[in-house]
Design a protein around this ligand. Structure first.
Ligand SMILES: Nc1ncnc2c1ncn2[C@@H]1O[C@H](COP(=O)(O)OP(=O)(O)OP(=O)(O)O)[C@@H](O)[C@H]1O
Ligand SMILES: [Mg+2]
Length: 262
């Protein structure tokens, strides 16, 4: 008998209804998905379709109205460093140095100073910012701050990385550099990633699987496999992104989105 690995993350029929002043707003309706360990899942869909809401539920920031989410088979009841969240704007502590920001999680968990420094060094080197360890975050560029935010989450050795448009506020060139860097980190660490983006090109390049969501109330309309992230990361990103296979996938995903947007 072949043993089938259990998905690392399971979203079971999640519905979320916000209570607003104008009445209830159903942001998600019976969303169902399973993510395998080591997957890089990219989520695309029209603005307001519930992507951030889904990420906040997986992060444990808000409970679903119906349904549930399980990580390694255990129900999620609240935030936990096992699920590391990276937002569009890096939420770093301005009164701490870059290194102190990265050491914050281990410190909270009681790691001794020597161990904290060792961990911070390993992850700051991974994002190539060890030389900037003594600076306050506001003296770094947006791209560098986002790399600190990634190191700060990775240092907790999370089971899954939850990223909400992490490169959305960056210029095109910095964004491409960070895509490469994230792919390298993903390959080096084997982490599972749940990544929201408005850029279909980014989703096709980074994702092993692309989920297309419907307009609100959000549902998963399509799950499309993509091969490029396992191939890419060799500095030839423009060649990959202009290849006929890549362009065909990008158009396929765009067609889904245009169809659902009517
Ligand atoms: N706290 C809230 N109270 C009421 N309604 C909310 C709340 N937060 C979000 N919504 C509504 O839920 C829907 C989904 O919002 P969400 O932020 O998840 O969308 P999104 O897909 O992330 O959009 P975008 O791509 O613009 O970031 C939207 O219609 C939004 O107006
Ligand atoms: Mg959002």
């Amino acid at each position: 008998m072949i043993a089938v690995a259990r998905p690392i993350l399971e979203v079971d029929d999640v519905t979320l209804t916000y209570v607003s002043r104008d009445g209830p707003v159903t942001a998600l309706e019976r969303v169902k998905l399973a993510i395998e360990e080591g997957d890089f899942v990219c989520v695309v869909g029209p603005s307001g379709c519930g992507k951030t809401t889904l990420l906040r539920i997986i992060a444990g920031f808000i409970p679903p109205t119906e349904g549930g989410v399980r990580l390694d088979g255990f129900p999620i009841h609240g935030p936990d460093p096992q699920r590391g969240v990276v937002f569009q704007q890096p939420a770093l502590f301005p009164w701490l140095t870059v290194q102190e920001n990265v050491e914050f999680g281990p410190k909270m968990r009681g790691a001794p100073p020597g161990r904290r420094r060792e961990l911070a060094e390993a992850y700051l080197r991974m994002v190539r910012l060890w030389d900037f360890r003594g600076k306050p975050p506001y003296e770094l560029s947006g791209g560098m701050q986002q790399r600190v935010a990634i190191a700060r989450v990775l240092v907790n050795d999370p089971r899954i990385l939850l990223m909400d448009e992490p490169f959305g506020a960056l210029d095109a060139l910095t964004r491409e550099h960070l895509q490469e860097e994230l792919l390298k980190i993903w390959k080096a660490t084997g982490k599972t990633v749940f990544f929201i983006t408005h850029s279909v090109e980014e989703a096709c390049y980074l994702g092993t699987r692309i989920l297309v969501m419907s307009p609100r109330p959000g549902r998963v309309l399509a799950a499309i496999e993509a091969p490029f992230s396992r191939q890419a990361g060799n500095g030839a990103s423009r060649a990959v992104k202009s290849s006929p296979e890549f362009v065909a996938l990008r158009e396929q995903v765009l067609t889904y989105i245009w169809e659902v947007e009517g």
